[in-house]
Design a protein around this ligand. Sequence first.
Ligand code: SAM
Ligand code: SF4
Length: 475
Amino acid sequence: MMKFTPEVYGIPDEAMKPFIDEDEINNYLKICHPSRNKLTCIIKKSLDKNRLSLEETAYLLNANEPEMIEEIKQGARELKRKIYGDRIVLFAPLYVGNQCINNCAYCGFKASNKNVKRETLTSKDLIEQIEHLECNGHKRLILVYGEHPDYDANFIADSVRSAYKVKKGMGEIRRVNINAAPLDVEGYKIVKESGIGTYQVFQETYHHETYNKVHQSGKKRDYDWRLTALDRAQEALVDDVGIGALFGLYDWRFEVMGLLRHVNHLEAVYNVGPHTISFPRIQNAYDLDIDKSHLVSDGDFAKLVAILRLAVPYTGMILTAREPAHIRDEIMQFGVSQIDGGTNIQMKGYTKKEKEQQLDEEQFVINDDRSLGEVIQELLDQGFIPSFCTACYRLGRTGEHFMEFSLPGFIKRYCQPNALLTLAEYLEDYASPETKEKGNKLIADKLNEMKENDIKKQLSEKLRLLKEKERDLYF
Ligand code: SAM
Ligand code: SF4
């Protein structure tokens, strides 16, 4: 395994402290109990756009009185409104292959599940699935892979390149993110070349003992190899990365601290934090074989998402269709920036006629089976701006989430107009008449509210060009 030493990176010893120090985390969780004043000060620090320390985050995690929890949620809502506005970016997951050499106790695709049908999409299958997604209006994908010798860096890179080439009707995929097992530095270089957006890999649990218990065999047993995946990615100049923990394996407070420690590490060593944080919560799966004592209640889930929002105010936050629609609606207010829509995680699931979920054909159960059209309509009803924007990535403005957060006026000048443009494009090409009417009204309202005359003028012109069938317009 690659060893990271201060000499390699010319960084202070402090940054290279053992990366996940369980005693340190447990100690903060033990001693940090907030007074009301303390809590208010910490939330204010976050609203002033500062990332919280491990200690401050532990205070939030230990806030148990209902009024305190409400104050945390209110803080997260305010942060979302004040800094990011109403945009929600939409994407679709696509499973490329479910062969897997690992035995993760929580996953339906684990190697020991012999009854699961194993499939890898052929290039024809891949094209068919993507054409289907494009015909529904998707522009952003996350490709997902099991861990298997067949899914090496070249295979992943080929599938990413193929995805970008699929064009159906007015459709195209403009950003391909991936969720794949850890690679070595050479592997990341190959994948980087194919033009990936974000590279995601989740530690699942930062707690060593639990990690060992639930990763029963296969390469994924190696905690450190997975934990240092993003260090190797950085070395290969893959700097747009996503971290995550699978909530329900161990104490959720510990996992939030683990995620934050991971953020600290990336910031300290590479001067760039994660682009996104994911917080999947365990769902039922074929032969789910875990200790259920750490499953996270809906109330704690809402609290942990609000705390993550406050602890790392600059990062993107992803909430998936694992959660039912009513939970997604609630949690979205706490600072979520991306959701999936029209999700199907069965192999070749997007083109299957039979939409019933089959546990032996998918990794886990999903609980929000609304179509993309339905999700968009409901976002509009709640006053959100559904967005398919990919502008920053394509203009080389990497770290866009950080720019949105830190550059004054960036959201007004770029993000909001681009969200409206991609929404308008969706409405023209894919929406039902009802959604089109609602969406066009929202666009008109937002245009009216705009105070910056130059942006308003340019946006109006681009919206006019869209009506004349020009596509892919952005700032
Ligand atoms: N094979 C890749 C890996 O292990 O990194 C990709 C895994 S999968 C698509 C992405 C994530 O789904 C996993 O990292 C895990 O956090 C999550 N997951 C697995 N089983 C789950 C379950 N039963 N419920 C909810 N999420 C689950
Ligand atoms: Fe394989 Fe990933 Fe499932 Fe583990 S979580 S069994 S590595 S597909």
